[in-house]
Design a protein around this ligand. Structure first.
Ligand SMILES: Cc1ncc(COP(=O)(O)O)c(C=O)c1O
Length: 409
């Protein structure tokens, strides 16, 4: 399914949005994050997949590989940690805390009685737990019934207390809010709701690091993006808003086309495009793409997406699994990449569009298209990854290390 967003505009980045998310703040977040030991010091790789581009009959495909961002295995390591640090700075302004010092754990004693809490599908909770462990505060994570045991263990490994509920994601959000108000804890959520925008704004701002690196690595200039199309996978919309806002501010009316991809059963952004306001998903909100299995759009994210995302589309679980396998297999021309279920969704969306002449035409995809995809996670659920791809993540990584581009003689 594909819908063209009639509200999308190719205009310069509005000042009303710049007051919320800006390149300036994204760069500040990036500089703070660099001092955190759980984040890679260098930019994550931007791989050119020439073999895949030739197969798909487009000019180029580049994959920004966020699986290499951190030990946490996903881009979410950029969001919650920044939001937590900014929250602490807001709560104790009189202490003149050094944000880099917080990322170095220098204020642990001061924070021993401070507790943060969040509901999560996995990756956000892991990011929050890891950041809380570094800063020295307590972290409680509320998991809904469908979060796998291996995702739970990965969060608990960073010292978080786990609360498991019988209900779905939305109910876990309610439970987190209830526990926070009962105990005086602070909710650090990646999604916004009425009266709760500062923290999700800071989470999205952290994701701007990815766009900043892409601009440098692709040598994009304000007047010319290296890409015609950017595919962004959608959960509540935070990743898409964090990246699209940055690239929109950078390129202005020369911005690339943005395409948001969601699971068919968790189509809250697609429904938002149809209804013209932040909406709920129509499906079961249960998908193999665990990170994208979100029932409700973040209204704050929607403020950005409604006027810059050109197309919203949905994919089937099988499309995502096929894309995981394509990226894992690599070829003589393409380095093998470990992409988790949600990480591969961008390639799945691109493949679905290129399979259908009408869709390709609608999305303006042809042999001159230069496409950017974001692999937002590696094998964050290693057992599931092995079952779906038929090879362990370690084996794919070993092939990645051994891979050499074939040089013509
Ligand atoms: C791996 C992965 N990709 C993409 C997303 C989507 O991000 P958002 O919910 O901010 O739209 C998530 C969300 O958890 C995720 O875990």
């Amino acid at each position: 399914m594909l819908v063209e967003n009639q509200r999308a505009r190719k205009i310069s980045y509005p000042s009303s949005l710049k007051a919320v998310l800006s390149i300036e703040k994204a760069i500040e977040s990036r500089n703070w994050l660099r001092t955190w030991s759980k984040i890679a010091r260098d930019a994550t790789p931007l791989y050119e997949l020439a073999g895949l581009a030739a197969k798909l009959n487009i000019a180029s495909v580049a994959v920004k590989d966020e699986s290499a961002r951190s030990v946490l295995g996903s881009f979410k390591a950029l969001g919650a940690p920044v939001a937590l640090v900014r929250l602490v700075l807001r709560l104790w302004p009189e202490h003149n805390l050094d944000p880099r010092g917080l990322f170095e754990g220098r204020y642990r004693e001061m924070l021993t009685h401070f507790t943060v809490i969040s509901a999560t599908d996995g990756n956000h909770g892991k990011g929050l737990a890891a950041a809380a462990q570094t800063l020295g505060c307590h972290c409680v994570i509320v998991l809904h019934a469908n979060v796998s045991k291996e995702r739970e263990q990965a969060i608990a490994a960073f010292g978080a207390k786990i609360v498991r509920i019988a209900g779905n994601y939305d109910e876990s959000v309610e439970e987190a809010a209830r526990l926070a108000s009962t105990h005086g804890w602070h909710v650090v959520s990646d999604t916004s709701y009425e009266g709760y925008e500062d923290i999700p704004r800071d989470v999205m701002q952290g994701y701007g690091t990815i766009a900043a690196e892409v601009v440098d690595q692709s040598r994009s200039r304000p007047e010319q993006s290296a890409f015609t199309h950017v595919f962004l996978q959608g959960g509540v919309g935070g990743l898409a808003a964090g990246l699209a806002s940055y690239l929109w501010e950078f390129h202005g009316d020369r911005r690339p086309r943005f395409v948001v991809v969601e699971p068919r059963q968790a189509d809250c952004l697609y429904q938002s495009a149809l209804e013209g306001r932040a909406a709920r998903a129509t499906g079961s909100v249960d998908s193999v793409m665990a990170g994208l299995a979100c029932g409700e759009t973040s209204p704050l994210a929607w403020r950005f997406l409604e006027s810059c995302v050109d197309h919203f589309m949905t994919i089937a679980d099988d499309d995502a699994v096929a894309a995981m396998r394509t990226l894992a297999s690599g070829s003589e021309a393409d380095i093998p990449i470990v992409a988790g279920e949600s990480g591969a969704a961008g390639l799945a969306g691109l493949t679905v569009l290129l399979r259908d002449k009408q869709f390709s035409k609608q999305a303006g995809l042809d042999e001159s298209s230069r496409v950017l995809l974001i692999n937002t996670e590696g094998a964050t659920a290693p057992q599931t990854y092995g079952e779906l791809v038929g090879e362990t993540a370690e084996a794919v990584l070993a092939r990645q290390s051994a891979w050499q581009p074939k040089v013509a003689v």
